[in-house]
Write a protein that binds this ligand. Structure first.
Ligand SMILES: N[C@@H](CCC(=O)N[C@@H](CS)C(=O)NCC(=O)O)C(=O)O
Length: 206
C-alpha cells in the first residue's frame, strides 16, 4: 500500500488527486503543518527538504519500497506506475511537456510566491502585484488554449490537468479576481471537478 504524507495545500491536493485518479490503494497521513510535523527528525528522513507531500510505496520498482517527495515527481511516478495520464504519442508528449512544465514551474510557483508574500509580517505589495500580473497573464494563455480543446493537452486527460486544477482550485478561493471572466478555464475546471477521483482527492477529512 502507498502512504501519502500531506496537508490540504495545492501540492498535497495534486498528489492525492493523482492517487485517486490512478485508482491506487493508499493511506493518507495528514500532516499538521501548524504543529510543524513536517519538520520532525522522522519527516526529514523521508524528505530532507522538510516539505509535503511525500509518498512511500512499499511495492515500488523491483518490489522494493521507494520514497518519493515533490508533488510533480509523485504525479509522474504514479502515472507511470499505472501507465495512464501521460500521452504515448511522441508529438503529443512534447506538447504535454511544455504545458506540464508551465503548470508546474510557472503557474504553481507564481501562485506560491503570492501566497508566501501574503503571509509575511510586512508584505511588499508592489512585488505581490507583479506576481499577480504574471499569474493573470498565465491564466489568460490557458483560457485561450482551452478555447479549442477539452483538456489541457487536447482530447485526453493527463496529469497536467490534475497539476493545474490543484492551483486553479486554490486561486478560485483565495484570488478569484485573477481568473474572473476566463470562461474557457471555468468550463474546464467545472468539467474536471465533476470527476469522482478529483472530488475524493480534495477531501482530507478522512
Ligand atoms: N516543489 C515542492 C514544494 C513543496 C512545498 O512547498 N510544500 C509546502 C506545502 S504546499 C511545504 O511543505 N512547506 C513547508 C516549508 O516551506 O517549510 C512540491 O511540489 O512538492
Amino acid at each position: 500500500m502507498i502512504r501519502l504524507y500531506a496537508a490540504p495545500t495545492t501540492n498535497g491536493i495534486r498528489a492525492k488527486i493523482t492517487l485517486e485518479e490512478c485508482n491506487l490503494d493508499y493511506k493518507l497521513i495528514n500532516i499538521d503543518m501548524k504543529a510543524r510535523e513536517h519538520k520532525t527528525k522522522e519527516f526529514f528522513t523521508m524528505n530532507p527538504m522538510g516539505m509535503t507531500p511525500v509518498i512511500i510505496d512499499d511495492k515500488g520498482p523491483e518490489g522494493k519500497e521507494i520514497t518519493v517527495p515533490q508533488s510533480i515527481a509523485i504525479m509522474f511516478y504514479l502515472a507511470e506506475k499505472v501507465g495512464k495520464f501521460i500521452p504515448k504519442n511522441p508529438t503529443k508528449r512534447a506538447v504535454f511537456w511544455n504545458l506540464m512544465m508551465n503548470a508546474a514551474t510557472d503557474v504553481g510557483p507564481t501562485y506560491g510566491a503570492i501566497s508566501f508574500i501574503g503571509r509575511m509580517e510586512h508584505p511588499h505589495n508592489p512585488t505581490r502585484d507583479k506576481f499577480l500580473d504574471r499569474l493573470m497573464e498565465n491564466y489568460i494563455v490557458w483560457d485561450k488554449i482551452l478555447q479549442d480543446q477539452t483538456y489541457c493537452v487536447g482530447d485526453e486527460i493527463t496529469i497536467c490537468d490534475f497539476a493545474l486544477f490543484g492551483i486553479h482550485a486554490r486561486t478560485k478561493v483565495l484570488l478569484p479576481n485573477v481568473i474572473k471572466g476566463l470562461e474557457n478555464l471555468e468550463r474546464w475546471a467545472n468539467l474536471i471537478k465533476q470527476r469522482p477521483g478529483i472530488k475524493r482527492g480534495q477531501n482530507f477529512d478522512e
